[in-house]
Design a protein around this ligand. Structure first.
Ligand code: IMP
Length: 430
């Protein structure tokens, strides 16, 4: 058995795409288990950037199976556009499989996501407006439309009729928005259904059979722990479970079949959208991090909020997801800093907290406790072995491992596939 889960430890955008892509070289199957087109993974191959939203990053490897699991909310328009884009660039998409149990993002979900969040005023989450929350809401309200429903013309027609009647009432009453047209949506989605049909199957059977046959399966998390609906900075979170446990409900795989968990940690912190961010730097340091790291959203183009590494958050992610190894990304972005800081605790009243409090009021009153490190101030992108890293960089990484209680498994020193230092050779199998 050889299964690895990749999970984000911060607020997303840690560079999971690159780590998944790197490990996908060894995997036979790559599975997405939560989220939807709110995700934005950029993978660099031979100097070319591939931006992925719904498709698993394994798509860039010939011969891999790429599974969109039942826990993902599927926007057919986005998936099909992405597949077309890949084919145009000569990438084979025939190995894609989409769960018949996954829920379908509808036009009213996207519309209500934007309208609903704006209406929250100062309390808005700052969602990606891709309909993710409203689609999961319909699932939990047991009125959602699944891929298997979309495949059955009559079932889809009936469900759409009932749902649209209700959504149009809500659109008018809550937002003064004109009603959406049934025939237009029905026609559009019937077109999607026919194009998606060859890729739809029971992915639970597929993935479990692959694991049982000893094939290497990689589970690719989107978003991250601090955006998890239960474990993140609620309510400023997404609507799914990016933690490693999300694999069990989002792909139909029992916990005992998960071998290893890799937590992706950006060497500093970023966040898009609203909500607490204890180590945020609203000053020239934050600007320097944003400029050096080109920190702008893949999906929305929004400038990301930036700050120092928060080891409390990474430690918390490690506890929840059982992280075996950290994959530390974008260490090279810190190449030109004289001093680097790391938050190792939160000072709250007379205590120093080492886990993330639930109450946002308490989080707001926490003062980060920083340790300061000397910067290495040289270009590390050409380094390929841990031993060759400057001692100042090693000190920073070693302290990170100490505070979080998680071993360093991979260090990424640049966006390209080969700009990677592998410390742990046993991530996939022995
Ligand atoms: P939603 O997932 O569109 O509902 O947005 C909820 C929150 O999660 C917002 O703060 C988004 O900015 C954030 N979010 C969603 N997807 C990503 C991602 O892939 N990277 C970073 N933040 C994300």
């Amino acid at each position: 058995m050889s299964t690895v889960v990749i999970t984000g430890t911060q607020w997303g955008d840690e560079g999971k795409g690159k780590i998944v892509d790197y490990l996908a070289q060894q995997a036979e199957t790559v599975v997405r288990f939560q989220g939807g087109s709110n995700a934005g993974h950029t993978v660099m191959v031979n100097g070319e950037a591939y931006k992925l939203r719904q498709l698993p990053s394994g798509i860039l490897y010939e011969g891999t199976h790429n599974v969109i699991g039942n826990g993902v909310v599927v926007d057919p328009e986005v998936v099909l556009q992405e597949m077309e884009g890949m084919e145009k660039r000569g990438i084979d998409v025939s190995g894609i499989r989409i769960s018949d149990r996954a829920h379908v993002v509808m036009p009213y979900h996207r519309l209500m996501d934007g309208l609903g969040d704006e209406q929250k005023g100062a309390g808005k989450v700052g969602t990606t407006k891709r309909g993710i929350g409203p689609c999961y809401m319909d699932r939990d309200d047991r009125i959602g439309i699944r891929i298997c429903d979309l495949m059955e013309k009559e079932t889809f027609a009936e469900k759409l009729k009932v749902n649209l009647a209700r959504k149009n009432k809500e659109l008018q009453a809550l937002y003064g928005h004109e009603p959406l047209d049934y025939d237009k949506i029905f026609g559009e989605y019937q077109g999607y259904a026919e194009r998606l049909r060859p890729y739809v199957c029971d992915t639970i059977v597929l993935v479990n059979e692959e694991i049982d046959a000893g094939r290497k399966v990689l589970f690719e998390g989107a978003q991250a722990t601090m955006l998890d609906i239960d474990y993140g900075t609620y309510p400023y979170v997404t609507a799914s479970h990016p933690i490693s446990g999300g694999v069990t409900v989002g792909a139909g795989v029992p916990p005992k079949k998960i071998d290893k968990v890799v937590g992706v940690v950006k060497a500093y912190c970023t966040r898009v959208g609203e909500g607490p961010f204890p180590t945020e730097q609203l000053n020239e340091i934050g600007e320097k991090i944003r400029n050096e790291g080109h920190e702008y959203g893949v999906v929305t183009g929004r400038p990301r909020r930036t700050g120092w590494l928060d080891a409390v958050v990474v430690r918390y992610a490690g506890v929840i997801s059982g992280i075996d190894y950290m994959a530390i990304t974008r260490l090279d972005i810190l190449d030109n800093f004289e001093e680097i800081k790391m938050c190792v605790g939160y000072k709250y009243k007379d205590e120093v907290l080492t886990s993330v409090p639930a109450s946002l009021k308490i989080v707001e009153q926490c003062e980060p406790v920083y340790e300061t490190f000397k910067g290495w101030q040289c270009d590390i992108t050409g380094i390929r072995s841990y031993a060759d890293l400057p001692s100042a960089a090693k000190k920073y990484l070693e302290r990170m491992a100490e505070v979080t209680g998680i071993k360093v498994g991979i260090v990424s020193v640049g966006p390209n596939r080969d700009e990677t230092i592998v410390v742990a050779q046993d991530i996939f199998g022995k």
